[in-house]
Design a protein around this ligand. Structure first.
Ligand SMILES: Nc1ncnc2c1ncn2[C@@H]1O[C@H](COP(=O)(O)OP(=O)(O)OP(=O)(O)O)[C@@H](O)[C@H]1O
Length: 278
C-alpha cells in the first residue's frame, strides 16, 4: 500500500512533468501542428536526451518547457509549479553561442550579466562567476572577449552563464552542433561532470544519436511531425562513461542501432534500413 510519504517522495523526485503538450503554429490554412501530444517525466538528477527526425519539433518542445513559448494545449510543471514564464530554477544553453554571448562584454561580464536579476550582492555574484568559470575550465579567461576564444570555449562561457544561476534544471538545445568532433567530445564529458558538481537535472536535445546514447540515462525518441513520444529508451550503460571504452561496448552499438532504427521507421514506416539494400 502506498503511503503519503511515498507520494511526497515521488513528487520530490519528479523534477519535470510534461503533460499532453500540443503546439500549433499559425491558424487556418497556415496552421502547422508541430507537436501533437507529448507527455513524459524527468526525475531529479536524471539526464535525458531528446532525439527525433529533422524538423519534428524538438526546439518547439524545449521552448514550451522553458516558458519562452506557450503551448496550445497541455502543460509543463517544473518542481511542481506550472510553467507560464521562464522559471528561475531553469538554465538554458542554445546551439548558437555566438549569438547568445555579448561580443562587447568580457567573459566574466557575460556570465555576471544575467545574475543581476537575482537578489544577490556583488560579492556573491563575483563568487558565482568565478566558481562557474572554474567548473567549465575557463579560470584565467575572465578578461577575454568572446571573439578572442575558440567556438568550444565560447560554448563553455554560455554553459558557465547558465550554471551561475545554480539552476535545478538545465535545458540544452543542440549545444554542441557547431563545434568540431574533438571539442564536442570534451564538452560532452564536461556535461557529465557538471551534472554531478551542480546536482542538476539535464534535458539535452540533439541530432546526434551517438551523443544521445553516450550521455543519457534515458533517450526520449520523438516521432515525425505532428510529434508524439515514440519511445522512451533506458540507457543502462555503466558509469562513469568514457569516450573510448563506453563506445566500444557491444551494448552501446546495440542501443545506437535501436535509436537509429526507431527514428528512421518513424520517418518512413516499414522502410528497409541500409543504403546498400535494394
Ligand atoms: N514560428 C514558427 N511558425 C510556423 N512554423 C514553425 C515555427 N517554428 C517552427 N515551425 C515549424 O514547426 C516544426 C517544428 O520545428 P522545430 O524547429 O521545433 O523542429 P526541430 O525538431 O527542432 O528542427 P531541427 O531538426 O531542424 O532542429 C517545423 O515544421 C517548423 O517548420
Amino acid at each position: 500500500m502506498s503511503t503519503l510519504a511515498d507520494a511526497v517522495s515521488e513528487e520530490v523526485s519528479v523534477v519535470m512533468r510534461v503533460s499532453g503538450l500540443k503546439k500549433v503554429y499559425g491558424q487556418g490554412d497556415e496552421a502547422v501542428e508541430a507537436i501533437s501530444n507529448i507527455s513524459f517525466e524527468v526525475a531529479r538528477n536524471e539526464l535525458i536526451c531528446v532525439v527525433g527526425p529533422s524538423g519534428c519539433g524538438k526546439t518547439t518542445l524545449l521552448r514550451c518547457i522553458s516558458g519562452l513559448m506557450s503551448p496550445s494545449e497541455g502543460e509543463v510543471e517544473v518542481l511542481g509549479k506550472r510553467v507560464t514564464e521562464p522559471p528561475a530554477d531553469l538554465g538554458l544553453v542554445f546551439q548558437d553561442y555566438s549569438r547568445s554571448l555579448f561580443p562587447w562584454m568580457r567573459v566574466a561580464q557575460n556570465v555576471e550579466f544575467t545574475l543581476k536579476r537575482l537578489p544577490i550582492d556583488k560579492t556573491e555574484r563575483t563568487r558565482r562567476v568565478s566558481e562557474a568559470l572554474e567548473a567549465v575550465g575557463l579560470s584565467g579567461f575572465e578578461r577575454k572577449y568572446p571573439w578572442q576564444l575558440s567556438g568550444g570555449m565560447q560554448q563553455r562561457v554560455a554553459i558557465a552563464r547558465a550554471l551561475a544561476f545554480q539552476p535545478k534544471v538545465l535545458l540544452m538545445d543542440e549545444p554542441f552542433a557547431s563545434v568540431d568532433a574533438q571539442t564536442r567530445s570534451e564538452l560532452e564529458d564536461l556535461v557529465l561532470r557538471l551534472r554531478h558538481t551542480y546536482d542538476v537535472t539535464v534535458v539535452f536535445v540533439t541530432h546526434d544519436i551517438d551523443e544521445s546514447v553516450y550521455l543519457a540515462d534515458r533517450v526520449v525518441i520523438l516521432s515525425s511531425r505532428p510529434t508524439q513520444v515514440r519511445e522512451e529508451l533506458a540507457v543502462d550503460l555503466p558509469r562513469p562513461r568514457d569516450q573510448i571504452t563506453t563506445k566500444e561496448l557491444p551494448e552501446f552499438a546495440h542501443l545506437r542501432a535501436h535509436v537509429f532504427e526507431s527514428i528512421m521507421t518513424s520517418v518512413r514506416p516499414g522502410s528497409p534500413l541500409g543504403a546498400d539494400r535494394g
